[in-house]
Design a protein around this ligand. Structure first.
Ligand SMILES: C=C1C[C@]23C[C@@]1(O)CC[C@H]2[C@@]12CCC[C@@](C)(C(=O)O1)[C@H]2[C@@H]3C(=O)O
Ligand code: AKG
Ligand code: FE2
Length: 354
């Protein structure tokens, strides 16, 4: 049988304190375990001292999928930023609001109910702390729920008598966002202008075998936002991530060398945020930037919800730079990369370099 992404985590089980979130609702101040200082956000050689971003969000490209020069705009955004906001994507604001309100409904449940769907120590899906947490000395002001495939079994455990609506909303959204992700991937690959794409059918990816995950993120309201960090700096592992952030819910920031630091990705009405992930960085032979991003806790009494959809090739598909005369990355299996990232985090990409 073909491997799944969840299997990649079997070899590296996490202890319970890296799975079960703290009960944020009961806290009147930020505990020491959740207070971040500059030295705690060290990622590779990059120290990320201030949570105050440098530039305003207008710098992040906005791409309208209906625009005649869409390929050129996508290519430039992926090359210069590794992140852009997409409009004209065909998912209605009602659908986005519904998915957001079901995510809020889940996170508002008491801790013991959320614990019914706790991620297992060696698994990828379920409720808990972000997997990257084990690489940092402090805990993040965040709880998440990762859904891989249908959400029905989870919904039945959470709401035994009222599971259908949550499940319908999440599964319908996954279908829509998968179609959008596939469409974006085809356009992004065309934007690379590689003349010979021999393996596109296996890596492109094939929507029937794609690796996908829907991640509901919750950043609870925080007594002292300046001390806490929502999500530590990281790059996403798959090809692309399509993210819905709730309106007025600021906090997402992307690192950009040329802009000289962290730039906010402010919520834009009806837009979805698209991140280039590590695997697309490899396919493009390093041309498209795998965007380093983090989430600051921006306001005292406002919680924040976001919904991320990770889209990648099948777990056993092989990835390598496309049509590159001088490839800088070697060929590897998706599942092996996810394993390596679970062990090495930000060093994983450089370990794949030739
Ligand atoms: C498919 C996946 C991407 C992800 C790890 C996961 O197996 C499921 C959750 C995803 C997430 C969400 C929060 C940030 C992140 C880095 C993490 O720890 O879990 C991403 C992972 C990723 O992109 O590598
Ligand atoms: O909440 C956000 O804006 C970003 C979430 C994120 O980076 C992720 O789920 O990987
Ligand atoms: Fe991310």
């Amino acid at each position: 049988m073909s491997p799944t992404i969840s299997e990649a985590y079997r070899e590296l089980p996490l202890p319970p304190h890296h799975i079960v979130p703290i009960d944020f609702g009961s806290l009147k101040s930020v505990p020491f375990s959740h207070q971040w200082f500059a030295s705690d956000t060290q990622v590779g050689k990059l120290s990320t001292p201030s949570l105050k971003p440098r530039l305003d969000s207008h710098a992040i490209p906005v791409v309208d999928l209906a625009s005649p020069d869409v390929l050129e705009r996508l290519g430039r955004a992926c090359e210069e930023w590794g992140v852009f906001q997409v409009v004209g994507h065909g998912i209605s604001s009602e659908e986005l609001e519904e998915v957001e309100s079901q995510a809020e409904r889940f996170f508002a449940l008491p801790p013991e109910v959320k614990a019914r769907v706790l991620r297992s120590p060696d698994g990828g899906a379920g409720y808990g702390i972000a997997r990257i947490s084990s690489f940092f000395s402090k805990f993040m002001w965040h709880e998440g729920f990762t859904i891989m495939g249908s959400s029905l079994d989870y919904a039945k455990q959470i709401w035994p008598h009222d599971y259908q609506h949550f499940s319908d909303v999440m599964d319908e959204y996954q279908k829509k966002v998968k179609n959008l992700s596939q469409r974006l991937m085809l356009q992004i690959l065309s934007s690379l202008k590689v003349s010979d794409l021999p393996e596109t059918s296996s890596i492109c990816p094939n929507p029937a075998t794609a690796s996908t995950a829907l991640q509901l993120n919750h950043y609870p309201s925080c007594p002292d936002p300046d001390l806490a960090l929502g999500l530590a700096p990281h790059t996403d592992s798959f090809l692309i991530t399509v993210l819905h952030q709730a309106r007025r819910a600021h906090g997402l920031q992307v690192f950009n060398d040329r802009a000289g630091g962290w730039v906010p990705v402010s919520p834009l009405q009806n837009a979805l945020v698209v991140n280039v992930g590590d695997l697309l960085h490899v396919l493009s032979n390093g041309r498209y930037v795998s965007a380093l991003h983090r989430v600051a806790v921006s306001e005292r009494s406002r919680e924040r919800v976001s919904v991320a959809y990770f889209y990648g090739p099948a777990a056993d598909a092989e990835v390598a730079p496309l049509g590159a005369a001088a490839p800088v990355y070697r060929r590897f299996k998706v599942v092996d990369y996810v394993k390596l990232k679970a062990r090495e985090l930000d060093k994983a990409m450089s370990l794949m370099r030739i």
